[in-house]
Design a protein around this ligand. Structure first.
Ligand SMILES: Nc1ncnc2c1ncn2[C@@H]1O[C@H](COP(=O)(O)OP(=O)(O)OP(=O)(O)O)[C@@H](O)[C@H]1O
Ligand SMILES: [Mg+2]
Length: 369
């Protein structure tokens, strides 16, 4: 999947942006506050329907404007009849959104995500190691969502069952016990299926991760293990039933698929407690790159990589290794930097490279200086 055209209107300081990215590397340079990260943010909104840096739409819509509009043409090599898919999203200050795919109104942002898988590497990516299990669960579910078509509906159904169960735990009276039985069974049944899909995914991800770490010349042994969210010795239904009296006291479900996690360790210790900042960054990059490689291997789909301010995150040598991995994957990359020279030299001469200069919310194609 590659973006062939990108129009951004009234989004942060960007307006009237119309660019034709190439299928390889697109390097966006410009001063602080020029709008580079906002271009990546716009692509991410086109992929998942929401921003990676603001939860409030009013912060994203350009000051004094009523809505933002994003439009793109996605090239889908797997669709032989109509490989170019136009997609658009607009959102107003009341948070009402309109998503269109090939001229039709789309039901949900999940349809966009399916069409345009995007991976983001930025300073928040550290959260994969130091953040809560939720961050790692989202990372894991991104992968499972893209390779297992049945995952999303199972996940939605399990969320609904969990919500109902929590409601009963919190507000239910004595007669709620029977209803709790029903939701225990529903949640447990979805949980077992979700667990199997997640487990199978992690098993395939680990070798890709280890290989990518080696490509980034990272030599320590990092172990990745999957925790499914409830005790390994028991099935989910038993875990829910065993925990019921405590769950009732607490008013929420303690164990279940909503508690799944990935444990990333070095010498049996959590990687975040042992590795240097730079090493953590490499591990995080290896995880994110491994997902893209696995996606490609299992589905033939390629994801678009958004890399924000790489020079601030990695030294030159490791920057080059990372660029080499991205080049080898032959996926489309949007990468930002304040300094053009810090990145322009990282690519081989065979890689298609387009330079864009970003200034006061305008994006213009440019040439190497
Ligand atoms: N809703 C908005 N309307 C108009 N301008 C905005 C809005 N939100 C943010 N801005 C401005 O848009 C610019 C976008 O900054 P952005 O983070 O994209 O810059 P950048 O080029 O990535 O800078 P840096 O190199 O510092 O990371 C900033 O100058 C910011 O003040
Ligand atoms: Mg920025």
């Amino acid at each position: 999947m590659t973006l062939r055209r990108l129009d951004i209107s009234q989004f942060r300081n960007l307006s009237g942006v119309k660019i034709k990215p190439n299928t390889g590397v697109n390097l966006l340079t410009g001063d602080n506050g020029a709008g580079k990260t906002s271009v990546l943010e716009a692509i991410s909104v086109l992929s998942v329907g929401r921003s990676f840096r603001a939860s409030r739409t009013s912060a994203i819509i350009q000051f004094d404007q009523a809505h933002y509009t994003l439009f793109a043409e996605v090239f889908n090599p797997l669709a032989q009849l109509q490989p170019i898919v136009p997609i658009g999203i607009s959102r107003n200050k009341d948070n009402e959104q309109q998503i269109r795919i090939s001229g039709q109104q789309a039901r949900s942002a999940a349809q966009l995500a399916e069409l345009l898988p995007v991976q983001l590497i930025n300073s928040d990516s550290f959260q994969l190691l130091e953040g809560s299990p939720k961050v790692r669960r989202q990372f894991l579910d991104w992968g499972v969502f893209h390779v297992e078509p049945q995952f999303f509906s199972l996940w939605q159904a399990s969320q609904k069952a969990l919500k109902q169960r929590n409601k009963l735990l919190k507000y239910g009276k004595m007669h709620a016990v029977q209803q709790l039985d029903i939701w225990d069974q529903a949640l447990a049944s979805y949980a077992e299926q979700i667990d199997q899909l997640r487990q199978a995914y992690v098993e395939k991800l680990i070798p890709e991760f280890e290989q990518t770490l080696a490509e980034l010349t990272f030599s320590d042994v990092i172990s990745v293990s999957y925790y499914r969210g409830w005790d390994r010795q028991t099935d989910c239904l038993s875990a829910l039933q065993d925990n019921r009296s405590r769950d009732l006291a607490l008013g929420f479900t303690q164990a279940g698929p909503h508690r799944a996690d990935l444990r990333i360790r070095v010498n049996k210790l959590l990687a975040v407690d042992v590795l240097s900042r730079g090493q953590q960054k490499l591990v995080v990059c290896a995880l994110l790159l491994a997902q893209g490689k696995l996606l490609q291997k299992l589905t033939g789909k390629q994801c678009v990589y958004l890399v924000d301010d790489l020079p601030a995150e990695l030294d030159l040598e490791h920057r080059k290794y990372l660029c080499r991995v991205l080049e080898k994957m032959q996926c489309q990359v949007f990468i930002t930097s304040v300094d053009q020279d810090a990145l322009a030299e990282c690519w081989s001469e065979h890689t298609p490279l387009s330079l864009f200069h970003v200034e006061h919310g305008k994006v213009t194609p440019t040439h190497r200086s």
